[in-house]
Design a protein around this ligand. Sequence first.
Ligand SMILES: NC(=O)c1ccc[n+]([C@@H]2O[C@H](COP(=O)([O-])OP(=O)(O)OC[C@H]3O[C@@H](n4cnc5c(N)ncnc54)[C@H](O)[C@@H]3O)[C@@H](O)[C@H]2O)c1
Length: 401
Amino acid sequence: MAEKTKYDICIVGGAGHVGLPLAIVFASKGLKVLINDINEESMDMISRGILPFMENDAEELLKEAVKKELIVCSSDPKEISHSASVVITIGTPVDEFHNPVHTAIKGCLSPLLSYLQDGQLLILRSTVFPGTTEWLDSYLRANGIKMKVTFCPERIVQGNAIKELQSLPQIISGTSREAELAVEKLFGKISPKLVRLAPIEAEFAKLFSNAYRYILFATTNQFFMMTNSAGVDYHKVLSGMKEDYDRARYIPGPGFAAGPCLFKDTMQLAAFSKNQFSLGHNAMLVNEGLVLYLIDELSKHYELNESCIGLLGMAFKADSDDIRSSLSYKLKKLLSFQAKEVLTTDPYVTGDKRLLPLDDVIDKSDILILCVPHKIYENIDLKNKPVLDVWGFFQKGLLKK
Ligand SMILES: NC(=O)c1ccc[n+]([C@@H]2O[C@H](COP(=O)([O-])OP(=O)(O)OC[C@H]3O[C@@H](n4cnc5c(N)ncnc54)[C@H](O)[C@@H]3O)[C@@H](O)[C@H]2O)c1
């Protein structure tokens, strides 16, 4: 590797939800970042200082970094050779059998092998199946490449990455002491605290963080369905439980537990444990089943085949434009079989041509379902339409006007 490199960091997958905020934060500390991605449209936007998705506090920093040429986009793999370190932030999905796509990392790196350099620092940041980091180290060595291989999981919550990257402790791990030291030096520039684990421990720590949250959401969703079926207001129960009672403080409210991470990472652990992760599987049944439960509840009060149903919020979570694995779309699909018509709206989602303006959906619908509690919905006029609101956002109970 050349002594003076052109870039401090190259982020493969750097136009995505994990890669781009990381690029922005490193650039804000004066590091020169190369973004390598297969999404040319997003790369073009980033090169013009435009965020391809919503991310708080990121836009100004991106514009500044692009202006100072601290963020550069190129899909030319040759450029990767000129970076001191290479970070991998590509997606690591599960397949149609809910098993991890083990080929994701290999598929990304194999075309890049001839551009990777001995001595470069490699940081795996995507969430991976336990054992992937050690496998990657052996794979590179088998191909004659001696990189410093590390795994440093991303633990931010999407939308708050800029703040959290600079406030959360960063778990770091490496396959050698040399790799650990190199990655400590790099993350020491942005993270307030470094937590050192072995690669397999760090891989489990990341997956457990997501599975635990998914199970927490399932717990509250199950409590919600239990009380609601008994005619009891769960939101009242929950607020009573939590009032000045520290041990109940962390119980979340009920709602759609969706998105690109929690479900699939719980399924990665299920696959790892040879389908013996009963808590994880049960969480999946509850969280995915909530949507079916709501349809059942609706059908007790309305003739669905005579009703036009309006869905408010199609993103996977509040104040986001991201529809990946959004349960709003599952609800829409299932209702489409039963309802006269299903109308959808979202203030932030782009690219779904079937979305209508909020007022049109409220006017035309017989029943509304709050799928995502975007803050912007706080003071909207629901025009006295009945609303199914599992979140307790409108403070009116599940199905009251
Ligand atoms: N989204 C989150 O909040 C979050 C949080 C923590 C961890 N993670 C993990 O981070 C990883 C990335 O998630 P994400 O939400 O950023 O996904 P994403 O889809 O937003 O970003 C992935 C990016 O990788 C690019 N890409 C795919 N294959 C590529 C290739 N061969 N070469 C170059 N670029 C390629 C895509 O075009 C995309 O821009 C996943 O493993 C996820 O589980 C995500």
